[in-house]
Ligand binder design. Sequence first.
Ligand code: VGL
Ligand code: ZN
Length: 193
Amino acid sequence: MADKKRALLIVDVQNDFCPGGALGVDKGDEVIAPLNRLAREFLSRGDIVVKSRDWHPATTKHFAQYGGTWPVHCVQETVGAEFHHELIDDPRIIIISKGMGDEDSYSAFDGTDLAERLRAENVEEVWVGGLATDYCVKNTALDALREGFRVKALADAMRAVNLKPGDDERAIEEMRSAGAEIIHEAKRMAARR
Ligand code: VGL
Ligand code: ZN
C-alpha cells in the first residue's frame, strides 16, 4: 500500500487579490511567507503542493458589468491573473485553473479534476490557505470535506475580502462546524525559527 500523503492547497495568491490589485484583499500578501515555508516542507517530504488560480474569461457573469458581483479581475493571460512574484514556483507544484465559466465558481474542486488528482496521489489530508478566506478558501475547504479529505484550515495564512465586517470570522466558523480543524500555523512556524 502506497504512503498516505498530505496536500497543501494554496488558493488564488494572484496579483489581483493582493494589495494594489483589481480586487485587492487587505494584507493579502502576508499569506505568502508562511505558505512558501509550508510548501517547501511539503515538497521536501514528498507531499503534494497545489496552487489554484482564478482564471476568468474577459466576459463572464461573475463580473459586475455582466450582472455579477465583482470588478473585473484575474482575466486569463493578464498580469493581474499571474501568481504573486514572491509565491513559490516549483515544477513539482500542481496548478489548477478555475472560474472559466459564467457561474460564480469559488472552489478549486468545482469543475476541475483536483479531487481525482489528489486521490491518485494517495492524499488523505489537505491544508488550505490563501485568498480569500470568505470565498475561494472557504469553498475549497468545504468541498475538500465533502470529497472525504481531512481538512486543516490555516487561519493565519489566509485573508478575507470582508464585504461585510466579520465575514472572515463567519467563514472560519463555517469551516470549523463543517469539520475542518482550524490551525494557526504561521504563528507556530515563526515561534520555531
Ligand atoms: C475570489 C471573489 C471573486 C476568491 C474569486 O479567490 O476568493 N473572490 N473571485
Ligand atoms: Zn473571481
